[in-house]
Design a protein around this ligand. Structure first.
Ligand code: NI
Ligand code: MN
Length: 225
C-alpha cells in the first residue's frame, strides 16, 4: 500500500487492490496542503472526529466522488442528513471494508462540527490494509490505554500528534511511542499554526534514540509500506 501525507492530520492510503482511502481530509483551509480538495479522489473517507481541521473538505469530496464516509455514529448521522453515504461505527468496534479492516479506538479529545452540532466522541483509527497495521491516533492527549492497543495489535505505522496545545506534545508523544511500541513512527498535527509549532526532526531524533524508525514526511510525500 502507498501512504501519502497531505499535511496536518490528513493522509491518503492506496491499497494494492486500488481502493483510495482518505483520512481527515483538511485541505482547502490548510495553507500547507499540497493539493486542493478538488484534485483528490476517494472511495472511502475515514474521520477521527468532527473538528474543522479533520472534517475539512469531506462533504465536497464525498459528494463529488460518491465516497463512503466511515466515522462514529453521531457524526455519521450529521453527514447522512447532508446527503452523504456513511458507515456508522463506535469506539471499540471493527468492520471489514473492501480495502481492509477499520477499528475505532478511544482518544482523549472533544468533537463538534464546525457549525456547532454534537458529533459524538473523538476517536483514534486502526486500519489494516495489505497486511500493514496503521494506528492514526487522531487528536488525543496521552493515555495509558495506548499500551493495550500496542499489546493487542502489532502496529506497523504509528501516526501520532506532536503539536501540543490541542493534543499531545512531543514529550508525551515519546511516551506514547514507548507504550504502543510500533515499527515506524510518523509525527502529525504540528506547525499548521503558530500555537502548534513543534520541531519534528528533534522528535524524530529522540524516537531514533529509542531504537525506532521515525519518518518526518513533507506534505505531499508518500511512502510504500
Ligand atoms: Ni480536534
Ligand atoms: Mn485537530
Amino acid at each position: 500500500m502507498i501512504l501519502r501525507f497531505l499535511g496536518h492530520s490528513a493522509f491518503s492510503l492506496l491499497s494494492g487492490s486500488g481502493h483510495r482511502v482518505l483520512i481527515d481530509p483538511y485541505l482547502d483551509g490548510n495553507p500547507q496542503a499540497p493539493v486542493r480538495a478538488d484534485q483528490l479522489t476517494a472511495d472511502f473517507i475515514i474521520l477521527s472526529h468532527a473538528h474543522g481541521d479533520h472534517l475539512g473538505d469531506t462533504i465536497g469530496i464525498a459528494k463529488r466522488c460518491g465516497a463512503l464516509v466511515i466515522c462514529v455514529a453521531e457524526l455519521a448521522g450529521y453527514l447522512a442528513a447532508k446527503g452523504l453515504k456513511t458507515h456508522a461505527m463506535q469506539i471499540g468496534g471493527a468492520h471489514d471494508f473492501p480495502f481492509g479492516r477499520v477499528k475505532f479506538t478511544s482518544a482523549w479529545h472533544g468533537s463538534q462540527t464546525p457549525d456547532g452540532h454534537y458529533a459524538g466522541l473523538a476517536a483514534g483509527i486502526l486500519i489494516w490494509m495489505d497486511g500493514v497495521c496503521v494506528y492514526h491516533a487522531g487528536d488525543t492527549g496521552l493515555f495509558y490505554g495506548m499500551k493495550l492497543i500496542g499489546e493487542m495489535n502489532r502496529i506497523d505505522l504509528f501516526i501520532v500528534p506532536i503539536g501540543d496545545n490541542y493534543t499531545m506534545g512531543s514529550d508525551d508523544a515519546l511516551k506514547a511511542v514507548e507504550l504502543v511500541n510500533p515499527r515506524v513512527v510518523i509525527p502529525m498535527h504540528y506547525n499548521t499554526w503558530p500555537v502548534i509549532a513543534a520541531d519534528p526532526e528533534a522528535f524524530a531524533a529522540q524516537v531514533r534514540s529509542m531504537g525506532k524508525e521515525c519518518l518526518v514526511l513533507q506534505p505531499g510525500e508518500e511512502i510504500r509500506a
